[in-house]
Each structure stands twice: as structure tokens, then as C-alpha cells.
Write a protein that binds this ligand. Structure first.
Ligand code: PGA
Length: 254
């Protein structure tokens, strides 16, 4: 039995921000600023229209590129959607799946999320699966149950071999874009449930190797407390990833 080292990942989700030129400038700034980060991994998720250009800029560097969303079908009459082969064709190695805005603004279900995870593997794309509870669910004490349900559904029919390439991001919905960050203890506890579930469903080794990122109002001034928690293996950053300096301050946390 081999023990795998758990990866440390810093991801920036640019959402629906930035023009073409601004995306290129941000990508260059990040690419040039991450040369000294050792084994830390950096992924950026630019708007789909600029993914290919950002991937060109980041080629051969420490910065990998991902798409913020994709459809689960290979092709078809799905106006406005992006297929998994298109994601690959844009130079993306990763895809964000089930981000809370996809679930709660665009009505994506746990079943859609699972179809997208399977489509990612079929196309050799690595999924970053997002889960997280609503404020109301947290207040009712349902956090563990909701997160477990989302993770279980997302991973339905995903094999142990495929699990090696999965990244999970825990993003409590009430903390996204609100400035209300979960305390390091709250985040760590949710990450622990996720790891426990993966351990029961797969194996202790698989659970131990799984990178679980925290997302929700991560900023340079709160990253240190989060990052030092046992089960937090990196972060998925929205607002603070839109500026080179603030994102690099997060990536370089000590
Ligand atoms: P935020 O977004 O950092 O702006 O809260 C996080 C996310 O949506 O991934």
C-alpha cells in the first residue's frame, strides 16, 4: 500500500468579471508571481470566453487553468452551453462543478452535478466539486447532513482510481461573497465530515489523500487561520482572486 501526499491547492474563481485584456493581465501577474511557491498548486478559473487565451499565457508555468462550468453532454442542441471536449480544447485541465451559484442561481441539482463529474472523467478533465450548506440549513443543524448528501450524490459511480483526481471545495453558501467567513474551526469540522464520508465510502488512504479546499470570503487577512487547520488543504477564492496582489498574498501564506 502506498501513501500519497495530499496536494495543496490555491484556486481563483474569476466568475463573470474581467475583459479580455484584464484577464490576460491578471493571468500574467499570477503566473509571474508564483515561481517560488514550491509544491503548492495554483488553478485559475477565468470566464469561458478567455479560458483559451489564459491557458496560452499559463502554459509551462505553475498555473493551471479550469472552466467554471460545463454541460455533461459531449455535444448537442444546448444553446449557450460549453461541452467537455470544448473545455479540453480550451486548454483547461480542471472544471468547477456544482458551484453554489450554479446550484442556487441556475438550479443545478445533485444529479446534474454527478452527471458533470462523470462527463469530466470521460473527457480527462479533473473535477473540483463544490458543496456547502445554506444559512438556514446551518441554523437548523443540518450542515453535516447536507454536505454528506451533496458529496455522496456527486461521487455516485466514481471509482477509487478516479477519486485520486477529485478535489472537493467546501463553500458554505452564506459565506460566499458576503464578507462572512466561516471560522477556521467551523470549516475544519465540515472538512472532517467530508473526509470521514470518503473514508467510509472508499478507504482511509483515499480520504487521506483528498484535497479539500475552503471557499467563502477568503482574504489575505483571514487565510492564515484557515490554512493551518488540519483538514483544510487550500482555498477557492472569488473576490480576492481578481487582483494579482491579493491573490498572491493568499497563495504565499506562511
Ligand atoms: P468569495 O467567492 O471568495 O468572493 O466569497 C468564493 C467562491 O464563490 O468560490
Amino acid at each position: 500500500m502506498t501513501t500519497m501526499t495530499r496536494r495543496t491547492v490555491f484556486a481563483g474563481n474569476w466568475k463573470m468579471f474581467k475583459t479580455h485584456q484584464e484577464s490576460l493581465d491578471l493571468a500574467k501577474g499570477i503566473r509571474d508571481g508564483v515561481s517560488e511557491i514550491g509544491s503548492r498548486e495554483v488553478i485559475v478559473f477565468p470566464p469561458s470566453s478567455y479560458a483559451r487565451a489564459v491557458a496560452e499565457i499559463c502554459r509551462g508555468s505553475k498555473v493551471a487553468v479550469g472552466m467554471q462550468n460545463m454541460h455533461f453532454e459531449q455535444e448537442g442542441a444546448f444553446t449557450g452551453e460549453i461541452s467537455p471536449p470544448m473545455v479540453r480544447d480550451c486548454g483547461c485541465r480542471y472544471v468547477l462543478i456544482g458551484h453554489s451559484e450554479r446550484r442556487h442561481v441556475f438550479g443545478e441539482t445533485d444529479t446534474d452535478v454527478n452527471k458533470k463529474v462523470k462527463a469530466a472523467f470521460k473527457n480527462d478533465i479533473e473535477p473540483v466539486i463544490c458543496v456547502g450548506e445554506l444559512l438556514d440549513e446551518r441554523e437548523k443543524g443540518l450542515t453535516a447532513e447536507v454536505v454528506r448528501r451533496q458529496v455522496e450524490a456527486a461521487l455516485s459511480e466514481i471509482s477509487s482510481d478516479q477519486m485520486i483526481q477529485v478535489i472537493i471545495a467546501y463553500e458554505p453558501v452564506w459565506a460566499i461573497g458576503t464578507g462572512k467567513v466561516a471560522t477556521p474551526e467551523m470549516a475544519d469540522e465540515a472538512h472532517r465530515y467530508i473526509r470521514q464520508f470518503v473514508k467510509s465510502r472508499y478507504s482511509p488512504e483515499t480520504a487521506d489523500a483528498l484535497p479539500i479546499l475552503y471557499g467563502g470570503s477568503v482574504k489575505p487577512d483571514n487565510i492564515a487561520g484557515l490554512f493551518h487547520m488540519e483538514h483544510i488543504d487550500g482555498v477557492l477564492v472569488g473576490g480576492a482572486s481578481l487582483k494579482v496582489d491579493s491573490f498572491l498574498d493568499i497563495v504565499r501564506v506562511t
